[in-house]
Design a protein around this ligand. Structure first.
Ligand SMILES: C[S@@+](CC[C@H](N)C(=O)[O-])C[C@H]1O[C@@H](n2cnc3c(N)ncnc32)[C@H](O)[C@@H]1O
Length: 315
């Protein structure tokens, strides 16, 4: 059910296995999503166990594939989990990856790793108390696609140059004019030293998930509503949206939670569609788009009480 709309997007409340089926075939340029992980200690919105996880998630992917354009991408942020009652890792996110590639024919364009330095040290038993495991600070982010050459442009996600390299750029006369052969056998080409506008991104994304000052959080406080417990950082989403889509493209999140994807796309002129099962989360996600956070409580209550569409532009 359509709950609210903005200039660029539509937020729906309902089960994604049903909502995906209503999408047009070949209409989605990027689906970026963070499904509930197979955690041992479930979040308030519930989690599949590690044992059912792969087939559970594959049911969504099966429905999604015809909706994805041939040059579209699927980006899945999947956190890690421990096995029950012992300090060993579950390999569920790797099992999922193998299944998506082997059985669904998806291509793994590249695995990304989101390093979150502010992640809390869990599980407390093995990390804090027994001190036998290191802090778990990485989420795997599988970038998959239907074809081997989905749209992708690294020049959209260049990183600022280091101080040292900026200094070198200021003195072109001191710059190396010839290729360098390094001991590993690689060649560093001479044009590496010219100004390309920034350095190339790596597949290790260092992003602290600590945004406590955004409109969503402030409005949740004002409206006395608990924020979503497991939001993706805007920076992670904007990296893939810039990298893998053009302006005007359509981006989908099938486990939208607080609708981080919608907010990022709204600001980057991409069309977005957000699907989320919980009406509470959809209602609070509207806070990202209202003009006055003093109206957050009224907006939340109207969405919670309504059976259908709510015009949030009045808030
Ligand atoms: C990890 S959270 C996503 C958080 C989101 N990325 C954000 O930034 O706020 C996963 C979400 O999936 C939702 N969910 C679980 N099963 C679903 C389903 N069948 N259809 C739609 N949403 C579902 C949960 O309610 C939860 O909010």
């Amino acid at each position: 059910m359509l709950c609210y709309t903005t200039k660029n997007g539509d937020a729906f409340c309902g089960d994604s296995t049903k909502l995906i089926q209503e999408l047009e075939d070949n209409s989605i340029d990027l689906c970026i999503t963070s499904p509930p992980f197979a955690l041992l200690h479930p979040k308030e919105y519930g989690n599949e166990t590690q044992y059912n996880y792969v087939s559970w998630l594959c049911d969504f992917v099966k429905l999604l594939l015809p909706k994805l354009k041939e040059r579209g991408s699927l980006v899945l942020d999947i956190g890690s989990a421990y096995n029950p009652k012992e300090p060993t890792y579950s390999i569920y996110q790797f099992r999922l990856l193998v299944k998506l590639v082997d059985d669904f024919g998806l291509k793994l364009c590249q695995p990304f790793y989101w390093y979150n330095p502010s992640k809390l040290p869990t599980p407390t038993t093995y990390v804090n108390r027994m001190k036998i495991r290191a802090k778990d600070s990485i989420d795997t982010v599988w970038w998959l696609s239907k074809s081997a050459r989905p749209h992708a442009d690294c020049t959209q996600v260049l990183k600022p140059y280091s101080k040292k390299f900026k200094k070198q750029l200021k003195h072109p006369e001191k710059r190396r004019k010839e290729d360098i052969h390094v001991p590993s056998g690689h060649i560093i080409h001479a044009d590496t030293w010219k100004n390309n506008g920034g350095s190339l991104p790596s597949n290790l994304l260092r992003i602290a998930n600590t945004n406590s000052r955004g409109q969503y959080i402030l409005a949740c406080k004002r409206a006395k509503v608990n924020p979503h417990p497991c939001r993706m950082p805007e920076e992670l989403v904007s990296f893939f949206v810039k990298y893998l889509t053009y302006e005007g493209d359509t981006v989908l999140d099938i486990f939208a939670g607080s609708n981080t994807v919608g907010e990022v796309c709204e600001g980057m002129n991409r069309r977005w569609k957000a699907f989320e099962l919980s009406r509470e989360y959809v209602a609070a996600s509207a806070f990202r788009f209202i003009s006055d956070i003093d109206n957050a409580r009224a907006c939340y209550e109207e969405i919670m009480a309504s059976e259908g569409f709510v015009d949030i532009s009045v808030y």
